[in-house]
Structure formats: structure tokens, C-alpha cells
Design a binder for this molecule. Sequence first.
Ligand code: AMP
Length: 588
Amino acid sequence: MERPDIIRKTAQDLTVPPNLANYDAVHASFSWHEAERELAGLPGGGRNIAYEAVERHAQGAQRDKTAFRFIGAQQTRDMTYRELSAHSNRFANVLKDLGVGKGERLFILLGRVPALYVSALGGFKNGSVVSPLFSAFGPEPLLTRLKLGEAKVLVTTELQYRRKLEKVRDQLPNLKHVLIVAEEGKPAPSIPGTLDFNALMEQESDEFELVPTQAEDMALLHFTSGTTGTPKGAVHVHGAVVTHWATGKYALDLHPDDVYWCTADPGWVTGTSYGIIAPLLHGVTSIIDELDFDAERWYRILQEEQVSVWYTAPTAIRMLMKAGSEIAKKYAFPKLRFVASVGEPLNPEAVWWGREALGLPIHDNWWQTETGGIMIANTPAFDIKPGSMGRPLPGVEAFIVKKDEQGNVSVIDQPEVEGELALRAGWPSMMRGYLHNDEKYRKCFAGELYLTGDLAKRDQDGYYWFVGRSDDVIKSAGHLIGPFEVESALMEHPAVAEAGVIGKPDPTVGEVVKAFVSLKAGFEPSEELRLELLGHARKRLGAAVAPKEIDIVASLPRTRSGKIMRRLLKARELGLPEGDLSMLEGGA
Ligand code: AMP
């Protein structure tokens, strides 16, 4: 097949009229204030995510429409908008009866089961701040986040609790209530100090009067990783729902009859903004796959559920590519009309693979935990330049900037010049702060520009191209991993003197976590010790974060000020030029 640099769209590519048909005109005239008016607002004034996402539909013509279809190992369960409203009301009542007040923190550590979605929406209704955690995190990342976020309530399973949290519960003085969701088909466990989620739900009413929240009230706390220090808790507010709505419309092109599937886990921001909130806002039916990736099953879901809009990630696409196009050919996707991807660079190869295997090119888009919603995208009516993230959505102004030695930031006007990607602050889903870390938050801004930490360039047609990160944060299987968090866990092992962690390029997951450690006096390198360290890290951090490779080395390169030079470790690992070594301890 011919592979030109641009995939031109024709009328035949658009089976339904796209929501963003005239990019230039809509981008020029768009206003967030007008977008706000498209949503209802709370009857007595104010803004609440769950009201816009669920109640508007549950009280209207859509009430008996399926909101979520949960596909589990044993069964498929549908939940209508009305049922979702009733269940989330029950959970809001549970929170209220437990004395959980407005602004208090609700953490959810569950797989993609109904209780997760019901708890999150019930949490919004109660005015609580919702923080979903990824279930593949180990005890260390969980404890850090629960502590930082001052969790008051945690909804989880017996297995998660016993394996990861029971022993460290005394380190969480704010955590007043742990609610256990019984395993499928099993009786509720009785664990000291915990409550039975289902039993509490049964006692409650289906009615709940929403706690009045305002657009600027905190609604969500999403953790993201930096290069140094603990993870950062990005604070998002109820008003963010306007961006979720506008991007669901323009970037995902949601129409009321769509069957939509977002493969992301709500433990990461995509799984919340676009796995829970945006599809509900547009009143569509969402598919939730409760199980992990499996190529054959994924194709079957796309076919059998007649998915029309699919939002997935480059790692998943590369795993499908690896599984071979023979599997794809056994299935047909006549209803599929739009496929989008986010989280990591999407190589042109993957865009084209989509066209061959699914009949549609993949549309890359870009955003991050801090932006709360999609900012730059390829939308259905756009011509695609494979390898590009697309163009800024309506309401988003993007720039490429450079910093001089004094730290002054200036905008680069010419196209094709690399610099840091910056956005003009002011869209509704922009984070309102990093929890308890004002200094880091302030450092993200230069005047009214929000600096994203990503390097990119813009071409003469206004398309943005991702170049790399400006820091040492690792992106593995679409998940941001802070090297510091991994290094700290390794240093807890009695044999480890120092640790340096890098992302090593990998054809499937983008980057794998690789660690270098030096040993304390009295310890000798051995294969046995290396395996022990791998096991230790996996137990502490969980499979999603732990290093896949560990090298034991004599010493690690440090700067004169004592910082481990991860860049140098990476350059050496990849056989790249070592660059300026004047900062190196004992260096030139
Ligand atoms: P997170 O906050 O975990 O969602 O990660 C955000 C980061 O993922 C961004 O700052 C980028 O480094 C990366 N990222 C997200 N989308 C893309 C994309 N389409 N292309 C390249 N990198 C991306």
C-alpha cells in the first residue's frame, strides 16, 4: 500500500457528519463561556460533574439507555443511566452517613468493575474529592499517594487490602473508613477495621440531594510523576466538566448513537476523563472491559459490541500489531468509524496499521494529567500527517517556546523549530494546583503560559510533532513513572548503596524501566542478588512501576552537587554521545 506523508480525508471517510467540520472557523470563534452554557448547571446554581454526566440523562429521555456495559470474565452486565443514578445516589448516601464531608478525599482501588464507576460518581455527588488508583500499584506507590492525598475513605477489595495495605494502615491516620467490595460470587469478608461495601449500599435509598458544588470546587485528584521527590497530586475542579464535554464533542466526535470504548484504566487520567466522564456527558453507551489486554478478545469486543468510536493507546496498538494481522482478519468492524489514541508517541507505522487492520487510520491526540483533557488532536475531518499529534482543539492555544539562560521564556514564531510545548492557561480542566506543592505548580508557568515539560515542534500547517520530554520521567505502556520513586524503593534494600533509574526504549511499551545500582560494602554482585533486587522492587512497587532490568555497577555517575546523572546512564546504555560532562563529579 502506498504510504504518503499525509492521509487526505474525503466525504467517504465520514459516515456521520463530524462535530468539527470547519476547524479554522470553530477554532477562531470558540469561547469557553459559551461552551459552559451547553451544560445544565445545578438547579440551584453551581456545577457538579455527576449532575452533568448522569442526572441530566437519568431524568430525561435517555434514562433507560445503557450507560455502561461491563464485560467480565463470566458475564456481561448493563447499567442504564437511571440505574447508574440510583446506585451512585446510594453510594453518596453511604458517604454522607459515614460523615464524609465536602472536599474530603475518597480513594478507589478497584479493577474496572461497576463499584468503581458507581463510587466515583457517588463521590462527586457528595462533594467528595475522588482519586482513583491503579490496581497494579504495589504497596509503596499506594501508601505514598494515600498519605499525600489525605485519604479519608478507601473503596477496595479484600485481596488488594490484605496484600498491600493492611500492614501499613497505621501509617494512614486520616484513613477512617475502608470499604471492601466482595469478590464476585463470594460472601462479604469480615476483616477487622473494614466495612462491607455491598451491605452498606443495600441499606441506603436511591434518592440523594446533591451536595451543592461550585465550578471551582475540587473534584478530582490525579497523581502524576516528576523527576524528583514524591508524586504530584494534580487538583482538578468540577468546572473541568466543560472541557470534558467540548473535547468529547470535538476530539472524540461523540454522537448520541455511538457505542464507545475507552481502553484506559481510571487509575490514570484518561480512564477517568474519557472512560467515565466524557462519554456520559454525551449520553452514549460505553463498553468497559474488566479484563486485561488480549488481542483476540479485543477484536471480538470491537466486532460483537459494534463499537463505533474507540479510544486506545499506542502500547495497546503495538501489542495488537505484534499479535499479527491474521487475528484481525477473522473479524469485521463495519460500525467502527473513528479510532483515537493517546499517551505516548504514535509511530506512523501504527497509524497505517490501523488503516490496514481496522479499516481506519489511528488519530493521535495529546494531553497530560495536568491539562485534564485533550488539548491537541487529529479529529475525523482532519487530514492526518502520520507521526503528528494534530492541531490545538477549539479553546486551546499552543506555542513552542524557548528559555534563555536567565530563565526568560519567549515564543518561537517560526515553524519547524524545536522547543518546549506551552499552552495559554485558562481552559476549564487545567489543574488548579499540585496538592501541597505550590512551588512546583508555580514553576509550570511563565506569565500566562503553562509549560508542559514536553519538547515539540510545529509545522507550517499548524500540526504539532512530539519530540521528547524535557525531563527524566519515564513513559512505560502509557504510564508516567518517576525515576525517584523507583530509586527510593531500591535503596530500601539492605544491599543497595545508590540507584539510578532510566527509561530504555522498547519497541512495544515505548520505554521499559531500567535500574543501575551500586552495592554497600560487604555485598558482592551476583545473579542471585540481581534477581532478589528485581523481586524486591516488584513487591514494593507493583508490576506497573518496578524495573524490568537491573544492572549492578561499581558506582553511578553523579554531578558535583551529588545528583545522579540519569542522562549519562541513559547515553551509556544506548551507546549515544555522552554530551557535556563538565558537571560530572571528578569530571573535566
Ligand atoms: P500523563 O500525565 O500520564 O497523561 O502523561 C502525559 C505525558 O504523556 C505528556 O506530557 C507526554 O510526554 C506524553 N504524551 C501524551 N500523549 C502523547 C502523544 N500523543 N504523543 C507523545 N507523547 C504523549
